[in-house]
Structure formats: C-alpha cells, structure tokens
Ligand binder design. Structure first.
Ligand code: ADP
Length: 370
C-alpha cells in the first residue's frame, strides 16, 4: 500500500504538482475503500455477461468464510445456496434486461456448510453509451429477521396444527353425547350444546386460518402469471356467493406479473370475497378490479359499493382477528386482510385503502415489476 502510494505521489508530482488536491482526492479514495471493505453489508460485483464475480468486500469474506482466491472469477452460483439457484438464474436475467434488482431475498452459503439469508439490491454500472459493464450489488444479512420469522411461523404452525387434534376429539365426543342423550336432555341443555358446537366450529375456522397464515411465503418460486387468469379462477371459486348475492364483478385488461401463485390467488380471493360480502342486505354488490402502473410498480385496486369502513377503524382491519361487524351480520374470522398484508409485503409491495362509510371501499395494493 505504501509503495503504491509513493508511486502515485511521484506520478502526480511529475504530471500535476497539485499537492493539496491530490491528497484530498487520494484520501477520499482511501476512505471510500475502507468504508467499502468494512461496511456492515456485503458487496458483490458481477460481470453479467458470464455471471462471474469480479469483486467483493471483506465483509463478504468474513461472513461467508470464503477467501478472495476462492470467490473471485467463479460464477455467482458458487456463493449461493443450491436451494435458490433457480432464483439466481432469473435474477441474472432480470438484471441483464433492466439493469437493477431490488430487495430480492436469496440465500448465500458459507464455507462451514451453513446458509445466510440475504436481501439483494443491485445497480448497473454503465459505460458512456449506456451499456451495462458490471453490477454493484449490496447483500444485506437478514439472518436475525429471518430466524424470528421462521420461529413465529413455526410457532403458529405447531400451535394451530396441534390444537386441531384435541378440538376434533371434543367435537366428536359432543356429537356422540348428543346422539346418546337425544331423549333425555331438556330444551335448555339442547341450546347450550348448540352454543358449544358453534364455538367449536368457530375455533376450528380460526385455527385453520392461523395455520394458513403460517404457510404464506412457504412456496419459494415466483412465476410470471397473467392476472386475468388469476382473477378468472377466483371468480369461479366465488361462484356461489356471486350467484346468491347477484354481484356484478367487472375487470378490464390486467397485466402479467412475477408472483407467488398460491399466495396471489389468496390475495384476490380475500379482497374480492370481502367486496361481495360486506354489502347492505338487498343491495347488489358492484365490484371492479383495475390496475395502473408506474416504472417500478403495478398498482391494483379492488373497489366495491358496500358498507364502507369508518375512517378511525381503517388502520385496525389489517390486524389478525380484527373484525368490525358482528358475526350475526357477516360471517368471518378476521384473518383475510392479515393474509393480504403478509402476501403483498412478501412481494415487496404495499396495501392500503380508501373508504367512505356507507358508500363503499377501494383496497389498493402494489406489486413490484422486478
Ligand atoms: P373477515 O372477512 O373474515 O371478517 P378480514 O380480515 O377479511 O376478515 O376483514 C377484517 C374486517 O375488515 C372485516 O370483518 C370487516 O369489518 C372489514 N372489511 C374488510 N373488507 C371490507 C369491505 N370491502 N367493506 C367493508 N368492510 C370490510
């Protein structure tokens, strides 16, 4: 380093003699270099033509345990865990097309045989003609967040899965009791048993909802899906409520988007299902699904002419088990919108609403283009 500095100073004195600025520029270069090497995030530069690693910082070596000689000139697949190689392949393709990637969740592997979940954002470095020369990627270690998320999901899965068995036993025992005592129990007892039975059904629904919530995000692969097809399938699933309410559901052309297929279907199912369900008795539900786009996002909106939501209650409805109406007016568990929020955030988008109480609601959500 010292030799290199002395050479640079010599060269500079000979050619320019501008000591003051040289030192400023040179120090600045060194400072940036130090910041780059020891930043809390890992940095990685790749030649997109052949996918080979052309540079990375010390933080990457420290965290993964690989050495410079092991990593440089290998293709990027070398440092990614095989479980996400398909996604890495797609990410490379997207980068070649768009010149950037944002918040893509992937897995590095470590030399010791472990994995590091990372959030990858990449920008292209271009030449004077705008052609991509190489990529500069920032890889954020999200192990803590990932572990916490896994623990929460695991807890929700185990709790809801294990609670189903005793619930089924109680329900079965109740049915047997009812059959055995048909002629003995009085009217009051029959009513009480009915309440117990209904509560058990409701608890089953809540537990199933919780289980479903813990499964969101389990599918690892995104697919390019035509949203017209997704909405069409959802409307087939909702056929009985559309028929019984006489609902009119309209949608124009919708785009193709890279999504997690099972989750995105659940998202539309909840939003369209709610738009049909939360309607005054005797009024025909009118539902519209539309989209607009910005350079980075597709924005969808599901609008209805239903009961609407008072402003002071709007922020609460995305919380799990949050319901604004009595179960006798509208059936439900209060999990649907919590699902929607988790699904949209899983895709890196946002969800929000506008609503006029008594007039209707518009549920908006965005999905990133890459
Ligand atoms: P659920 O439909 O099972 O009650 P959700 O989580 O889907 O649960 O919705 C939470 C609450 O938000 C609902 O109980 C309802 O009070 C309100 N809500 C959701 N969608 C609408 C809508 N389109 N119009 C009016 N209220 C709605």
């Amino acid at each position: 380093m010292i030799k290199f500095r002395a050479m640079k100073i010599n060269h500079f004195q000979k050619n320019h003699g501008d000591w003051e600025n040289f030192d400023k520029d040179y120090r600045l270069g060194l400072d940036y270099r130090l910041m780059y090497e020891n930043a809390p995030d890992m940095y990685l530069s790749v030649n997109p033509e052949n996918g080979k690693i052309i540079g990375c910082n010390n933080t990457l070596f420290k965290k993964t345990g690989f050495t410079k000689a092991e990593v440089l000139n290998k293709t990027v697949f070398y440092i990614y865990d095989p479980s996400c190689h398909e996604e890495v392949r797609e990410a490379l393709e997207t980068f070649r097309e768009c010149g950037r990637l944002e918040n893509q969740q992937l897995m590095f592997r470590t030399k010791a045989g472990g994995v590091i979940p990372i959030l990858l954002s990449v920008e292209a470095v271009r030449d004077g003609n705008g052609n991509i020369m190489y990529s500069n990627g920032c890889c954020r270690d999200i192990s803590d967040r990932y572990r916490l998320q896994q623990e929460i999901n695991q807890f929700a899965y185990v709790a809801s899965h294990d609670l189903q068995a005793p619930l089924k036993s109680v329900k079965g025992a109740l049915e047997v009791f009812q059959m055995m005592n048909q002629n003995i129990v009085n009217e009051e007892s029959v009513e009480l048993l009915k309440v117990v039975d209904q509560s058990l059904d409701r608890m089953t629904l809540l537990i199933e909802g919780l289980l479903e919530h813990s499964q969101i995000g389990k599918s690892f692969l995104k697919e390019k899906l035509d949203m017209n097809g997704v909405v069409g399938d959802v409307l087939v699933d909702l056929a009985s409520s559309i028929e019984s309410s006489g609902a009119k559901v309209v949608y124009g052309y919708l785009p193709e988007v890279e999504v997690y297929p099972v989750e995105i279907r659940l998202l539309f199912q909840n939003l369209i299902g709610n738009a049909i369900k939360f309607q005054k008795k005797g009024k025909v539900p009118m539902v519209a699904i539309e989209f607009s786009e910005s350079p980075k996002y597709f924005q969808f909106v599901v609008s209805d002419n239903g009961i609407g939501i008072p402003e002071h209650q709007q922020s609460a409805i995305f919380r799990m088990f949050s319901r604004l109406n009595s179960p006798t007016d509208f059936e439900g568990t209060g999990i649907g919108l919590a699902h929607c929020k988790k699904i949209v955030e899983l895709h890196g988008g946002e969800i929000w609403l506008n609503s006029d109480f008594g007039m209707g609601s518009q549920f908006y959500f965005t999905l990133p283009k890459s």
